[in-house]
Ligand binder design. Structure first.
Ligand code: MSP
Length: 633
């Protein structure tokens, strides 16, 4: 294994603020970076923003801002979020950075010189939303984009083309070179089939808008800007100094790109072809994760159901969120964000299985040994130790194949062995029998198991792993990993430290539910969720005063005592059915949280409930008196 490791997240378009899909790409990249560092490898982790192109130009225009000012703002939001999330990136690149722009122009120059770029006429359909060209055969009915379904536009312009067709065979050979090249493995076949279907040359410049990198001076063609995907993909090498100072290009020899499945084609076809043209090494792994939906529905700004990752982290804990995302969904598959699932993971996996194990260890160690535990040897747990060693051995290949949900599943089996060992061993009985030595051995065994487990958990939950380590009196770092994991070492004694419980149990949802769940249900069946119903506040009130509103047959002006001190003024359309004097002193049911409205010049602060059929209208009332202000549920 090379001792250098380069990991990249996608660079995010700045036409939208960060959501959990973006956070997912970044968190996976962060986990890979942290794991590699823990193995003592020299790591470079790149993330950033993709700022050029028609889509961004349009988004800026809609906000009446210059593209750069607009990009500055949203790019800043991404960067701040990753900082808030303790994402351990080495560089946050922006495609508007000078060294990046210089590198992209250099790449264009090389490709132009070596004959991979030529000038021709382009006619075809373009999806601005995906920044993708489509051939007629790929389009959906009516010319819509096959990826996002939005209408495409017909482009007719003089363009520069990249000779993609020349790379078909070399690409196909490359896909065969390593079965872990494209992850999950099932996606590799998709790419192969696509390339076998034939590659067309790719239009790589545009003249219809301006917000992009200009062609190099040597091309002497100022009308054109470089196509956003050539620009964007190049970030992976320009960030390392390719085309400028070459400072970090040594990392390029071992690159892993973490991306979403929607941008696999750009990474597995365009990108390696560009690299081949530039005579650069190819990435070692392209890992494509699935998409997140919310309560079963696709997230989108227009539906208003986009989840803000910061809110989730604030409500449930950043590392709880990281754990959930990685544990709950098999890598490569789509996942659904439901708070209930997140809460279940927190309560059962984190609070119960892991948190309690540490509490039990610390509790007994304190009670029986004043936190200092020492074992003469650990023959007693030979069988368990063997199981643990076997589990640990199974983790490496899972991590390598990015099966992080399986990795965590297996890791949790180690904690389960610990909990079971305590239950079976019944240390409290052994203490009564004056077998303290044996109990000390058990506790040393558990402490070891937690030390190993925390080390292996650290890339995913670094802060909590460090808290466990602190309680165990150890530090998680490359030498610890080497000793405890690679060399399978066991520690003979621990000076433990007390530690507050790691994970608070969660009893109820902490974020508002998605509006989509309701609106989708509404559209289909007219049903609403209980949470939507709960938004309506209703109370019983006593009509203290009532009179007719002049010039109106229907409207009455009521003063209703809702137990609020001062009666509320409510305008009610029941005048044809009830005389004012018949209402005074009786109780009615009122919707109390309606926005105030003005009727015939009078402000109304609520609505009296009634049932109406062809025979007339009857007020809804409690069938016996209750206190004024009693809520109706
Ligand atoms: N700018 C390009 C990437 C260029 S990389 C050289 C881009 N940007 S993006 O902002 O639209 O998307 C960035 C990443 O976020 C992609 O990996 C995409 O898959 C991911 N996600 C966006 N929405 C998502 C979900 N709802 N769920 C999971 N990930 C999704 O594409």
């Amino acid at each position: 294994m090379s001792d250098r490791f380069y990991v990249t997240s996608p660079i995010y378009y700045v036409n939208d603020v960060p959501h959990i899909g973006h956070a997912y790409s970044t968190i996976i990249s962060d986990v890979l970076a942290r794991e590699a560092r823990l193995r003592g490898r020299e790591v470079y982790f790149l993330t950033g923003t993709d700022e050029h192109g028609q889509k961004i130009e349009q988004a800026a225009k809609a906000k009446n801002e210059t593209p750069k000012a607009y990009a500055d703002k949203i790019s800043g939001e991404f960067k701040r979020l990753w900082d808030y999330f303790d994402i351990t990136y080495d560089r946050f690149i922006r495609t508007t950075d000078f060294d990046h722009e210089t590198g992209v122009q250099k790449a264009f120059e090389i490709m132009l010189k070596n004959g991979d770029i030529y000038k021709g006429d382009f006619e075809g359909r373009y999806c601005v939303s995906c920044e993708t060209f489509w051939s007629d055969s790929q389009l959906l009915e009516g010319g819509a984009c096959p990826d996002c379904g939005k209408p495409t536009e017909l482009l007719k312009e003089e363009n520069y083309f990249f000779r993609m067709s020349a790379y078909q065979d070399r690409l196909l050979k490359w896909y065969e070179s390593d079965e872990n090249l494209i992850l999950p493995r099932s996606r590799r076949n998709e790419v192969i089939r696509f390339v076998q279907g034939g590659l067309e040359d790719l239009s790589i410049t545009r003249t219809t808008f301006e917000w992009g990198i200009k062609l190099p001076k040597s091309a002497d063609d100022p009308k054109h800007v470089i196509y956003v995907w050539l620009d964007a993909l190049m970030n992976y090498v320009t960030a390392l100094g390719w085309g400028t100072d070459e400072k970090n290009t040594r990392f390029w020899s071992n690159a892993t790109h973490v991306i979403g499945k929607d941008i696999l084609r750009f990474h597995a076809i365009y990108w390696p072809a560009f690299l081949m043209s530039l005579n650069l090494a190819l990435p070692k792994r392209i890992a494509a994760h699935g998409w997140w939906t919310r309560d079963g529905a696709k997230m989108s700004k227009s539906k208003g159901n986009v989840i803000n990752p910061r809110e989730v982290a604030d409500a449930y804990g950043l590392e709880q969120f990281r754990y959930f995302m990685l544990r709950d969904v098999p890598f490569g598959q789509d996942g659904d964000f439901a708070q209930k699932a997140l809460i279940d993971r927190i309560n059962s996996d984190l609070a119960n299985d892991l948190g309690n194990l540490l509490n039990r260890l610390l509790g007994m160690a304190e009670k029986y040994f004043a936190l200092n535990i020492k074992a003469v040897n650990l023959p007693r747990f030979g069988e368990e130790k063997k199981q643990i060693d076997a589990l640990i051995a199974s983790l490496d290949p899972l991590f390598e194949a990015l099966q992080l949900h399986r990795y965590l599943e297996e890791l949790w089996k180690i904690f389960a062995i610990g909990n079971k060992a305590i239950n079976d061993f019944k240390p409290w009985e052994k203490m009564k029998d004056a077998k303290a030595d044996q109990v000390a051995e058990l506790l040393v065994f558990i402490a070891n198991l937690l030390a190993k487990g925390a080390t292996l958990l650290s890339p995913i939950m670094p802060k909590n792993a460090d808290l466990i380590a602190k309680a165990l009196g150890i530090a998680i770092n490359a030498p610890t990993r080497k000793a405890l994991i690679d060399q399978g070492g066991w520690i003979a004694s621990f000076a433990l430290k007390a530690q507050e419980p790691l994970f608070e149990r969660v009893d109820s949802l902490r974020l508002a539910e998605a509006p989509t769940a309701t609106s989708a249900a509404n559209e289909k069946s007219g049903l609403i969720t209980i949470d939507e119903f709960k938004k309506i506040e209703m109370k019983v009130g006593l009509v203290a005063e009532a009179k007719k509103i002049e010039k109106s047959d229907k409207l009455l002006l009521l003063k209703v005592d809702l137990g609020e001190g001062k009666p509320r003024q409510i305008v009610s359309g029941i005048g044809e059915f009830y005389a004012p004097e018949a209402l005074v002193g009786t109780q009615v049911c009122v919707v109390t949280n309606l926005k105030p409205a003005k009727l015939m010049g009078y402000e109304s602060n609520g609505m009296v409930l009634a049932a109406k059929d062809e025979n007339g209208l009857r007020l809804a009332r409690p069938d016996a008196a209750v206190a004024n202000g009693t809520p109706i549920k």
